[in-house]
Design a protein around this ligand. Structure first.
Ligand code: FES
Length: 257
């Protein structure tokens, strides 16, 4: 049997939803795999919405908004682009970036709407069924997706992304402008660190573990794990559980998953 993906589309009311309407009245042909949620602006779509949709077993998610410069709320789509660029990078870390796309489609682009949906459906067919659907969802990947969700909910990372345009274009409070590439590197480092810390935290919510256990289970060097353990302990998110011989074990201070 051929695989027919389930795709969710978040469409902004003023451009892409009107573009989809135009595709309908113009009888533009496109695959019937997409289900649509209409939002007032693409900027309303939080990256966590996309992650939650993927976690439910949907095969792909697409966000469509007005072209840059055409947003009815002035810069909602600029903001969205920054948030969803971060989401794409985060999904790349766990090999799921192919299941997500951001596109700009105006109200007059009915044909383009059909093309975008056709291309994305083809892309998702190539990706295959969601690893979270069926009777045996991929548990390891589900844990990683949960770590990504927590990472993208982190206030510090959100603030960094939210300030990106202001700081790279207009400067910080000292009127210092940081180069875009330099700022992106700061965001990338924060993303990678938070992701690893959340992976560690999720493991420690399930059972107390030593640095060596974590290193083996996450296939990451002990020295790097130890660095993040120190940071998690300083933030009061984990604590000592016991000492076994000379090996300290840690547990999370939050509720288990
Ligand atoms: Fe369409 Fe903002 S109103 S992207």
């Amino acid at each position: 049997m051929s695989f027919e993906p389930n795709i969710l589309g978040f469409l902004c009311n003023w451009c892409s939803y009107a573009g989809a309407d135009l595709a309908g009245v113009s009888r533009v042909q496109y695959p019937p795999n997409i289900r649509v949620i209409r939002v007032m602006c693409s900027g309303r779509v939080d990256p966590v919405f996309v992650i939650e949709a993927l976690a439910t077993g949907l095969d792909g998610v697409i966000v469509m908004g007005c072209h840059l410069g055409d947003c009815h709320y002035i810069d909602g789509n600029y903001e969205e682009k920054m948030k969803l660029d971060l989401l794409s990078k985060a999904l790349q870390l766990i090999g799921l970036s192919g299941r997500f796309r951001l596109e700009w489609v105006s109200a007059s682009e009915g044909v383009r709407f059909g093309q975008v949906v056709s291309e994305f459906t083809k892309q998702i067919k190539n990706e295959g069924p969601s690893p979270f659907s069926g009777s045996k969802p991929n548990q390891k990947l589900k844990e990683d997706l949960e770590a990504i969700k927590r990472t993208l909910s982190d206030n510090r990372l959100r603030t960094l992304v939210g300030r990106e345009r202001a700081i790279t274009e207009f400067g910080n409070v000292y009127e210092e402008i940081i180069e875009f590439e330099e700022y992106e590197k700061i965001i990338d480092d924060a993303l990678n660190s938070e992701f690893l810390r959340n992976k560690i935290l999720i493991k420690l919510e399930k059972e107390p573990l030593s640095v060596k256990n974590l290193s083996k289970s996450l296939s990451i060097e002990s020295s790097l794990i130890l660095e993040h353990i120190v940071s998690l302990k300083a933030r009061n998110l984990i604590d000592f559980n016991r000492i076994d011989g000379i090996t300290p074990y840690y547990h999370a201070l939050k509720e288990a998953l």
